[in-house]
Design a protein around this ligand. Structure first.
Ligand SMILES: [Zn+2]
Ligand SMILES: [Zn+2]
Length: 330
């Protein structure tokens, strides 16, 4: 759990006392003394920081026959991006290549690759392609997870015949699913269908963060259609790609096609959300994709319901969306 201290129960008396005091407090034993500590039944992936780094986790380069980082990096930087992941097909920039590109890019570059020929997935945060034992989707996901990167299933709508099945089969080894791929939207895929798929996965107990990406090729898509915003401490001086990857794995980010969250906190059982001023509606969504609560405008306060396996927050601005990561039952 991030942002809240919670001590485990160590004896049955703690449970009994918990009922007496309230559902929002828990008795924890610390040496000889007992103390009350705040308790939430949901895991909040966010801190109270209002510092977010905007990035695109899916981009091809001249190595895949597309645009050189010396051109695409400054283009993303000029649009306000803080980082860009390099994810060419089945090749990752080694440290030397990454250093060369980093000098030209104008923003932080995260090394990675897009894995596979059928059933693509990203491994983000690696300098070399992790060897995989077969072309099988689940086997590859397990190998990539073992390689230490952030592993994401890409563009499910590209694979209507087996995309959902593959992701279900590999969910235990995937960190995330790409719920919006700008290039797929440009060529006619129904990217909105990824959201019910994500809720279906979450409702089935799979734990997957959500990413929105451009899948930048330049020839087929311009920058700025889908991105992620990674939350970092306000006083953090050293922003590295390793820090970005660690925050991605912890779920300290949101996905967006335009709206933004400014702060998301869970104060005991009360959720507080502040979004960008253009946000027209905030919605809390739970199992089955069911709307649990919604509020017009850029602020939301909600008393959590008990016994949800997860809930998540959406910000709406016209047809554009921002998706928080799920808060799972702890
Ligand atoms: Zn792909
Ligand atoms: Zn791609």
């Amino acid at each position: 759990m991030i942002g809240q201290q919670r001590l485990p129960d160590r004896n049955p008396a703690a449970h009994a006392a918990n009922i007496v005091f309230s559902s929002m407090t828990r008795i924890a034993q610390n040496g000889c003394s007992l103390m009350l500590v705040p308790m939430s039944t949901y895991e909040n992936p966010y801190s109270a920081s209002t510092r977010w780094l905007r990035g695109n986790l899916h981009a091809h380069t001249c190595c895949s026959g597309f645009m050189d980082i010396a051109e695409s990096g400054p283009m993303f930087a000029s649009l306000g991006y803080d980082f860009l992941a390099v994810t060419d097909h089945n090749q990752a920039p080694d440290e030397q290549q990454w250093r060369k590109w980093q000098q030209q890019a104008g923003l932080l570059l995260v090394p990675g690759e897009e894995n596979g020929t059928d059933g693509h997935m990203l491994e983000v945060g690696v300098h070399e392609v992790t060897p995989t034992p077969s072309e099988g989707f689940a086997e590859r996901a397990a190998a990539l997870r073992g390689g230490g990167g952030f592993v994401m299933a890409c563009h499910p709508q590209e694979y209507p015949e087996n995309g959902a099945e593959n992701i279900f089969s590999a969910a235990a080894d995937l960190h995330a699913v790409e719920v919006f791929n700008g290039m797929r939207e440009a060529i006619g895929c129904d990217e909105t269908a990824n959201i019910p798929l994500w809720d279906e996965l979450l409702t089935a107990g799979k734990r997957l963060w959500a990413c929105a990406n451009d899948d930048f090729h330049f020839a087929l898509i311009t920058p700025g259609h889908g991105w992620v915003c990674v939350q970092v401490p306000e006083d953090e001086d050293e922003i590295t790609w390793q820090l970005v990857v660690a925050k991605l794995k912890a779920g300290a980010f949101f996905a967006s096609t335009y709206p933004r969250f400014e702060q998301i906190t869970l104060d005991q059982d009360t959720l507080h959300v502040t979004a960008g001023r253009h946000v027209k509606l905030l919605r809390v969504i739970g199992p089955g994709g069911r709307t649990l609560h919604q509020q017009e405008g850029p602020k939301l306060e909600w008393q959590t319901e008990p016994n949800l396996s997860y809930f998540r927050i959406e910000a709406h601005t016209g047809v554009k969306r921002a998706w928080s990561q799920p808060f799972y039952a702890s």
